[in-house]
Design a protein around this ligand. Structure first.
Ligand SMILES: O=C(O)CCC(=O)C(=O)O
Length: 191
């Protein structure tokens, strides 16, 4: 497994980045699969975001802050799930949730740490690049200078584990062209 870090030296421990994680042909097949799936506008605490989403495996409810079992991850994503699990050094069964997100031009995901029921996170980017940002979660440590910002390229994989997961938040800058991400999450308490 080749490990190529193309992120700044001050990126937090637990953040790993693999450019060219998938080949162009794999990206084309994944885009075909993703475009077959009906996505819905993301609703968050009474606010409708520009991005569209669909989760599989588990669904997280932002009101109850609980997860419930969802529809199974479609088998067309098996190969990708296995490859992501291998890079996360986790058994494939532990990738319990898969979230597909479509970001139309101008859309973002704001600063957040992923919901507590989830543990480790991995994101595969399709169709276009994005500027990915990380900053400390603790308010007293936040400031312009604490933001680590770098490009996450289409066909890449990033993994968020350890300190990057527990002590840091992440967000993305507005995209200039439509981007899809496929996010995998393991559970804090596997069922
Ligand atoms: O689009 C991305 O890669 C970020 C996804 C993300 O942070 C999330 O779904 O919580």
């Amino acid at each position: 497994m080749s490990l190529l870090f193309e992120v700044p030296a001050d990126y937090p421990s637990g953040f790993t980045y693999f450019p060219n994680f998938i080949a162009e042909e794999e990206e084309r097949l994944l885009l075909n699969a993703v475009r077959e799936i009906e996505l819905h506008q993301m609703q968050f605490q009474g606010y409708t975001a520009l991005r569209k989403v669909r989760s599989f495996g588990y669904d997280y409810n932002f009101n109850t802050r609980k997860i419930t079992k969802g529809s199974p991850i479609p088998s067309v994503f098996d190969k990708l799930t296995e490859k992501v699990a291998l890079h996360m050094q986790l058994p494939v069964i532990s990738l319990a949730e898969m979230l597909i997100t479509e970001y139309p031009p101008g859309s973002v995901i704001n600063w957040h740490r992923d919901a507590p029921p989830f543990d480790q996170i991995a994101g595969v980017s399709l169709l276009s690049d994005v500027t990915f940002k990380l900053r400390p979660h603790e308010k007293s440590k936040q400031g312009r200078k604490s933001i680590v910002s770098f490009p996450v390229k289409r066909r890449s994989l990033y993994i968020i584990q350890g300190e990057a997961r527990t002590e840091w938040q992440h967000s993305t800058a507005p995209v200039s062209a439509t981007r899809f991400s496929i996010t995998f999450r393991s559970l804090q308490n596997p069922r």
